[in-house]
Ligand binder design. Structure first.
Ligand code: F6P
Length: 547
C-alpha cells in the first residue's frame, strides 16, 4: 500500500490550513492562563498505556488543538497505513520492502505471512538459536580456542547495529550478568577498537560482528582488525570459529569473511537497521540479560505495538506525541526536540533516538518524489537530567528557541540510596513546572530584585513539555519506551507523506570516502575534487610524507 497524498500536498489539506488558523489564535495564549482557566486540565490531557503515564497537559494546546490534529491524522488515513505496516505491506517503496519490526516481538504461535511464508516462525527460530547460544556461553559449554570460557563480549557494528545494543546494555545494566564484560566498537577511528580491547584477554573474548549488509566499511575494518588482534595471540586460523559470530542478513559475505554460517544469526530485509535492536542484532543484549529477560523486553515492545495498532487515535500515546511534535515543528517553527531522561541508565537513549528519528524522517521529498514545502523531522537531542540542567537548560528556559521537551522518569530507583531519588524526581517536576509557568517580571520585582536585574531574572515560561512516568526501568518497560518512539516516528512519516524507512542520504558520503581512501594512501594520484577538498587531502598527504 502506498500513501494517498492530498493532490495539493500536505499543506493543501483543509485540516492543515485549519491548524494554521488555530495556531494564530493559540500563539499568544500562555500555559499559565490555560491552567488557571481549567482545573481539570492535567486530567484531560493525560493518558496511561502499557505501564506508561503520559502527562501532556503542559503543551500549548486546548481541546480544539487536539481535535484538529486528530482530524489531520484521519485525513492522512493513519489507521489504514498502520494496518499496512503491521500486515507486511511493502510500505518502504523506494526499496520495495515490507516494514515488519513489529513482527520481531509477535508472540510465538502467531502467524504473519509475507509472500506466503510465516515470518513469525522464522523470528522465533532465530530467537531460540540465540537463546541456545547464550546458554552455551553462560554455562561455559562454549569455550574459546584454548579451552577457556568466554568472559568478554565485543559487539562490532555501527548505526543500528550499534546504537540499539549499546543503549539497551547501558539501560539494563542493572539486570545484566556482572561476571561478563561487554564492549561496543563502532567507529572506524582505531581508538575505539584499541580502547575497547586494551585490557581484554583474547582467549576469553567473543566478537559479535553485527551488520545487516556485512559490507559497511567501518564494521568490516574493525572486524578485520579484531581478527588480527585475536590471531596475534592465538596464532591459529582455527581460533576464528571459536571467537567470532555474525549477525547479518548476508550469509554469503559472512562466509567470505571466514565466519562459519552455523555461527551466524540471521534477520531479514524487512527489519530496518534502526529498528533492529530486538532482532538478532540484540545478541549482545541477550548475552547480557539472558534469554528470559530479553523476551521480557520483547513483550514490552509488543504491548506498545498492540496499543498503537488498536487504540483510538484520541487515546493513542504514540499518535498524541507524534501530533504534538508536528504542532511544534510545523506551526511554532520549533526545529528541535529535547529528550531528557531522568535516569542515568538511559544515558544513551537520546543518541539512540537520534538515528531512529532523524535517519527515518530527515527527508525532503514525498513518496511521489515531490519536494516538501514544510519541515519534516526536527532535530532530536538530549542528555540525562539532572546533568543537562547544569549545561544547556539555560537556553531552554530563557533562550530564543522554543524547544519542546520530553521528560522521562521513574517513580522507583533501581539504586535507592538515601534521598537521591526524591531529589532527582523533585528536579524533573520542577523543570517542567518552571518551563511552563516561568516567573513574571512582577513576581521577580516583588522579591525585592534590583530593577536592572529584573529582565535577567524573568522567566517567560510557556515552554512546552511532555512528562512520561513509569514505575521502574525494567527490560519490559524499555521495550515499551522504544516501541513508543518507533511509532511516533511512523505517524510523523505518514503525515509528512515521506518514506521513513530508507536512508539514501547517507550514501553519497560513503561513496566519496571510498574514492578518497586510495588518494590518501598514494602520494602521486592526481586529485580532481574541488579546490578545498584537494587542499585538505594534500595537507594530510604531506603530514604522512606522501607528497
Ligand atoms: O549508514 C547508515 C546505515 O545504513 C544505517 O541505516 C545502518 O543502521 C548502518 O548504516 C549500519 O549498517 P549495517 O548494519 O548494514 O552495517
Amino acid at each position: 500500500m502506498t500513501a494517498s497524498p492530498h493532490p495539493q500536498g500536505l499543506t493543501g489539506r483543509p485540516e492543515w490550513k485549519a491548524l494554521g488558523d488555530h495556531y494564530n489564535a493559540m500563539k499568544s495564549m500562555h500555559l499559565r492562563d490555560l491552567f488557571a482557566g481549567d482545573p481539570n486540565r492535567a486530567k484531560t490531557f493525560s493518558l496511561s498505556a502499557c505501564d506508561l503515564f503520559l502527562d501532556y497537559s503542559k503543551n500549548r494546546i486546548v481541546a480544539e488543538t487536539m481535535h484538529l490534529l486528530f482530524s489531520l491524522a484521519k485525513a492522512a488515513d493513519l489507521k489504514a497505513h498502520t494496518e499496512a505496516m503491521f500486515t507486511g505491506g511493502r510500505i518502504n517503496i523506494t526499496e520495495d520492502r515490507a516494514v515488519l519490526h513489529t513482527a520481531l516481538r509477535s508472540p510465538r504461535g502467531t502467524v504473519l505471512e509475507v509472500d506466503g511464508h510465516n515470518v513469525i516462525q522464522d523470528v522465533h527460530e532465530v530467537l531460540d538459536k540465540m537463546a541456545r547460544f547464550c546458554d552455551r556461553i553462560h554455562s561455559g559449554d562454549w569455550k574459546g580456542h584454548t579451552g577457556k570460557p568466554i568472559k568478554n563480549v565485543v559487539n562490532i557494528g555501527i548505526g543500528g547495529s550499534d546504537l540499539g545494543p549499546v543503549m539497551a546494555y547501558e539501560a539494563l545494566k542493572h539486570y545484566s550478568n556482572r561476571g561478563m564484560t561487554f564492549r561496543f566498537v563502532s567507529n572506524v577511528d582505531a581508538t575505539d577498537f584499541a580502547e575497547a580491547t586494551f585490557d581484554l584477554n583474547p582467549e576469553e573474548t567473543l566478537f559479535i560482528v553485527a551488520s545487516k549488509t556485512f559490507t559497511t566499511q567501518e564494521t568490516m575494518t574493525n572486524a578485520l582488525t579484531a581478527r588480527q588482534w585475536l590471531l596475534a595471540t592465538l596464532n591459529d586460523e582455527a581460533a576464528v570459529a571459536k571467537h567470532f559470530v555474525a549477525v547479518s542478513t548476508n550469509a554469503e559475505k559472512v562466509q567470505e569473511f571466514g565466519i562459519d554460517t552455523a555461527n551466524m544469526f540471521g534477520f531479514w530485509d524487512w527489519v530496518g537497521g534502526r529498528y533492529s535492536m530486538d532482532s538478532a542484532i540484540g545478541l549482545s543484549t541477550m548475552l547480557a540479560l539472558g534469554p528470559d529477560q530479553f523476551r521480557d523486553m520483547l513483550s514490552g515492545f509488543h504491548d506498545m505495538d498492540v496499543h498503537f495498532r488498536h487504540a483510538p487515535l484520541e487515546e493513542n500515546m504514540p499518535v498524541i506525541m507524534a501530533l504534538l511534535g508536528i504542532w511544534y515543528s510545523n506551526f511554532f517553527n520549533a526545529s528541535t526536540i529535547a529528550v531528557l531522561p531522568y535516569d542515568q541508565y538511559l544515558k544513551r537513549f537520546p543518541a539512540y533516538l537520534q538515528q531512529l528519528t532523524m535517519e527515518s524522517n530527515g527527508k525532503s521529498v514525498t513518496l511521489t518524489g515531490a519536494s516538501v514545502d514544510y519541515d519534516t523531522s526536527p532535530v532530536y537531542w538530549g542528555e540525562p537530567g539532572t546533568n543537562g540542567q547544569h549545561s544547556f537548560y539555560q537556553l531552554i528556559h530563557q533562550g530564543t528557541h522554543l524547544i519542546p521537551c520530553d521528560f522521562i522518569a521513574f517513580c522507583r530507583s533501581l539504586n535507592p540510596i538515601n534521598d537521591h531519588h526524591d531529589k532527582l524526581m523533585a528536579n524533573v517536576f520542577a523543570q517542567s513546572e518552571a518551563l511552563a509557568f516561568g516567573k513574571t517580571s512582577e513576581e521577580v520585582a516583588a522579591e525585592g530584585t534590583q530593577a536592572n536585574l529584573v529582565p535577567h531574572r524573568t522567566f517567560p515560561g510557556n515552554r512546552p513539555s511532555n512528562t512520561i512516568l513509569a514505575e521502574k526501568l525494567t527490560p519490559r518497560l524499555l521495550g515499551t519506551l522504544v516501541s513508543l518512539y518507533e511509532h511516533i516516528v511512523f505517524v510523523q512519516g505518514i503525515i509528512y507523506e515521506i518514506n521513513s524507512f530508507d536512508q539514501w542520504g547517507v550514501e553519497l558520503g560513503k561513496v566519496l570516502a571510498k574514492r578518497i581512501v586510495p588518494e590518501l594512501q598514494s602520494g602521486s594520484e592526481e586529485l580532481s575534487h574541488d579546490s578545498s577538498t584537494n587542499q585538505l587531502i594534500e595537507h594530510y598527504r604531506k603530514s604522512h610524507g606522501r607528497s
